[in-house]
Design a protein around this ligand. Structure first.
Ligand SMILES: Nc1ncnc2c1ncn2[C@@H]1O[C@H](COP(=O)(O)OP(=O)(O)OP(=O)(O)O)[C@@H](O)[C@H]1O
Ligand SMILES: [Mg+2]
Length: 508
């Protein structure tokens, strides 16, 4: 692997996830190997201690009921208890001096396997027993106290208890005397370390297997995150190069899938934006070029004396109209861009929109008469005060009425309505003209959109009017709708904020 690749791998998601996981696994291993055996062992020792203490209890209860030195039944019973618990019981009676001068401790041994009834103890162990005999009954536990007997690890509970010693005199006669016995309960701990080992072994094997499975799962999880992310990175890089053709493949339903889906959506929208922009540029170039071409053509013709001077007026008028179109186009574009980017502020004032509509439509009278159109006004109240930017609103009404006139024919009518609906000023401009299909209705508010069917009637239109209208209404915080049917007519409806202190009649 090259240095750069190593570097990349080091900072990758896979590496990070895997490292965190490995650290956790290592911590668990340390716990299993280092801490767990100790906890387990001390728990097992505690249980052995409890066993010793309950056995002690049983011994004490049994001793109270009779004489251990002579009662064989009692011994058998204790022997059985000791065997069941894996405990060896030594009951060390009072020591006796032997003829050779040595000291012997007569011992009753239960639960073990040795035959000898006497303990062959080192002097150290004998001394230990005598210390216990002379001391209090304190239930002390000792570890590996009798190495001469037990090669394995052994736990011993040692305590002293009083008993009555009977010494035969003659015939059936005994001499009794109070004595103190030392009871030693020994339990081997060898089983414990073995079971700790076995348990540890089982746990380690299971844990290792689980770790491997989890590692595989983590890697596949990391893959399911990293693969789409990498794909998105590559596709984003392709998009910056202008290639919109690729999409992220979605195989899951998680957040990554959501992200991938949003990413694909973004790519599609970017593609559309790109396409719209290209179409926009193409449209602008086209709309600028055609008037420029005709201007150039006429001027050239005049310079080349192709047009006689007495006809200059006529052609200069055409040139003048074309330059007007060009400057309208430039102004419209500028306004639209400024409004869309929020650079253009509204100059809101309170005015009567009915009055404004009446004044503005006066300018259309001549065109309406030429086309034999009727313009009707339906105002629900005489005055309707709104809070809006008057200049911009004039543009709105102008464009809507201008369109209505353009796309209607002889005998048609145009109606302008105003009223109040839902505490808002409501304005509608309707006509009984050519109308439009649903596809057109969806696009008419887009820049440069001109319906195919209307082209004959709309030679000079740039397709910017409605885009501006909509932007103006939107900037007022209101909305505009269009309803239309081919051959039947079109109706535009929009709302405006009402001005205060108006007593109004609501339209039902
Ligand atoms: N009243 C209407 N009846 C039928 N079609 C309409 C009507 N108003 C608009 N349209 C359709 O919507 C298109 C866009 O209208 P818009 O006002 O944006 O542009 P324009 O009138 O063609 O040009 P401009 O307004 O920029 O001079 C029109 O070309 C026409 O196809
Ligand atoms: Mg228009």
């Amino acid at each position: 692997m090259s240095l750069e690749k190593t570097h990349k791998w080091f900072f990758s998601m896979r590496f990070k996830l895997l490292s965190v996981y490995l650290i956790i696994v290592m911590m668990i291993f340390v716990f299993i190997l280092g801490i767990f055996p100790r906890i387990f062992q001390s728990y097992m020792i505690e249980r052995s201690e409890e066993d010793l203490l309950t056995t002690k209890q049983i011994i004490q209860e049994t001793l109270e009921t009779g004489d251990l030195t002579s009662d064989a039944y009692m011994r058998d019973k204790l022997d059985a208890v000791a065997r069941a618990k894996g405990i060896e019981i030594w009951i060390c009676l009072e020591p006796e001096s032997k003829l050779d001068g040595s000291i012997m401790i007569p011992t009753i041994r239960l639960g073990g396997s040795r035959d000898s009834q006497d303990l062959q103890l080192t002097s150290q162990s004998s001394a230990f027993i005598e210390t216990i005999r002379s001391g209090r009954d304190d239930e002390s536990m000792y570890m590996d106290q009798f190495p001469e007997y037990y090669s394995q690890k052994t736990l011993t509970l040692a305590y002293s208890t009083p008993y009555i010693e009977r010494q035969p005199l003659m015939g059936n006669m005994y001499m009794t005397q109070d004595a103190v016995a030392v009871v030693l309960l020994n339990i081997s701990l060898e089983g414990i370390s073995q079971s700790v080992q076995t348990t540890m072994f089982i746990i380690l094997i299971t844990f290792t297997l689980i770790s491997i499975v989890v590692a595989i799962m983590i890697l596949s999880l990391a893959n399911s995150i990293v693969t789409p992310v990498n794909q998105m990175r590559e596709i984003a890089a392709a998009i910056t190069q202008g290639d919109f053709s690729q999409k992220v493949e979605i195989h899951s339903r998680d957040e990554i899938a959501d992200l991938a889906q949003t990413f694909n959506l973004m790519a599609t929208e970017l593609q559309e934006v790109e396409a719209t922009q290209q179409a926009f540029i193409a449209n602008i170039s086209h709309d600028f070029r055609s008037p420029l071409t005709s201007i150039r053509g006429f001027v050239q013709a005049m310079l080349d004396d192709v047009i006689p001077p007495d006809q200059y007026d006529k052609y200069l008028q055409i040139v003048f109209n074309e330059t007007n179109r060009l400057s309208k186009l430039a102004n419209d574009l500028l306004l639209l861009t400024r409004m869309e980017s929020g650079q253009d502020e509204l100059h809101v004032s309170r005015f009567d929109i009915n009055e404004m509509i009446l004044k503005l439509t006066l300018g259309f009278e001549q065109r309406a008469e030429e086309k034999k159109l009727q313009i009707e006004f339906k105002f629900l109240q005489e005055k309707l005060y709104v809070n809006a930017d008057m200049d911009k609103l004039q543009r709105v009404i102008y464009n809507l009425v201008d369109n209505a006139i353009k796309f209607t024919g002889e005998g048609d009518s145009i109606t302008v309505e105003t009223s109040i609906v839902n505490k808002k000023a409501f304005i509608a401009v309707a006509d009984t003209g050519i109308g439009m299909d649903e596809e057109s209705m969806r696009h008419i508010f887009e820049r440069f959109h001109k319906g195919d069917k209307s082209r004959g009637l709309n030679k000079t239109g740039m397709g910017l009017g409605l885009a501006i209208v909509k932007q103006i209404i939107v900037n007022h915080g209101e909305g505009i709708q269009v309803y239309s049917k081919e051959g039947e007519g079109t109706r535009f409806e929009f709302t405006l904020p009402l001005a205060n202190q108006v007593s109004f009649v609501e339209k039902k």
